[in-house]
Design a protein around this ligand. Structure first.
Ligand SMILES: [Zn+2]
Ligand SMILES: [Zn+2]
Length: 219
């Protein structure tokens, strides 16, 4: 595993975390040890960013050309950002008034539960099979001890998507940390068009109940 600067950074600092030296196309192909090394790298580099005064690190995964991945070899990215980005600031994730706590406590549409964290179908998924991975308890530190568990669950969720949908799936996933940390996984099975982009109204033909049932059975 290796971390290198992004050759074409869109921001001041952007790093590419190359998952493995052998050719792998997806996080789904990695074993437990390899996934754990990615968690270690994310944690180390997030600490380095904080040490240099960056207020936030956006950790993300793009897989497939339709989801913006320009390299087929499995990798993730770390974008160092000076301030907490708007998408994170806008989330209702304060202790006592936390949307993620509500979702996890509701316990609906859970697909897998492991190590104190769950994978669930998002009840208001924008696109089919939008998933949420979060710890059961309110925990702000996404780069803490359970990052390895979270990335294992992410790999597990992608394996299930591949099994259920019959092959590789273009997708984006990202970590939100600082409130109630979570990973959001957005498969890009349909194209966002004028209604989605213009009105913010998302047409999702797969209910969260159906998505959860399908992915529970797919291994
Ligand atoms: Zn919470
Ligand atoms: Zn979020």
């Amino acid at each position: 595993m290796r971390v290198v600067p992004n050759l074409y950074p869109a921001l001041e600092r952007q790093e590419v975390v190359i998952s493995v030296p052998r050719h792998a196309r997806s996080l789904a192909e990695l074993d437990h040890t390899e996934v754990a090394l990615i968690a270690d790298a994310w944690r180390d580099r997030a600490a380095a960013a904080a040490g240099e005064g960056f207020g936030y690190v956006q950790a993300l995964l793009n897989e497939g050309r339709e989801a913006g991945a320009s390299l087929p070899h499995s990798h993730t990215q770390l974008a160092w950002i000076r301030e907490v980005p708007p998408a994170v600031a806008d989330e209702r994730t304060r202790p006592g008034d936390c949307g993620v706590c509500e979702l996890v406590a509701g316990g609906q549409n859970v697909i897998v539960e492991r190590g104190g964290a769950v994978v669930m179908a998002h009840p208001a998924g924008r696109l089919p099979y939008e998933l949420l991975i979060a710890p059961a308890d309110h925990d702000p530190d996404g780069f803490g001890d359970r990052l390895g568990v979270a990335l294992e669950l992410l790999a597990d969720a992608i394996r299930r998507l591949h099994a259920a949908l019959g092959g590789p799936v273009p997708l984006n996933a990202w970590l939100h940390t600082g409130g109630h940390w979570h990973l959001e996984l957005l498969p890009r099975l349909t194209v966002m068009a004028g209604l989605e982009l213009g009105a913010g109204i998302y047409v999702n033909a797969v209910s969260p109940e159906d998505a959860a049932a399908t992915l529970r059975e797919a291994v």
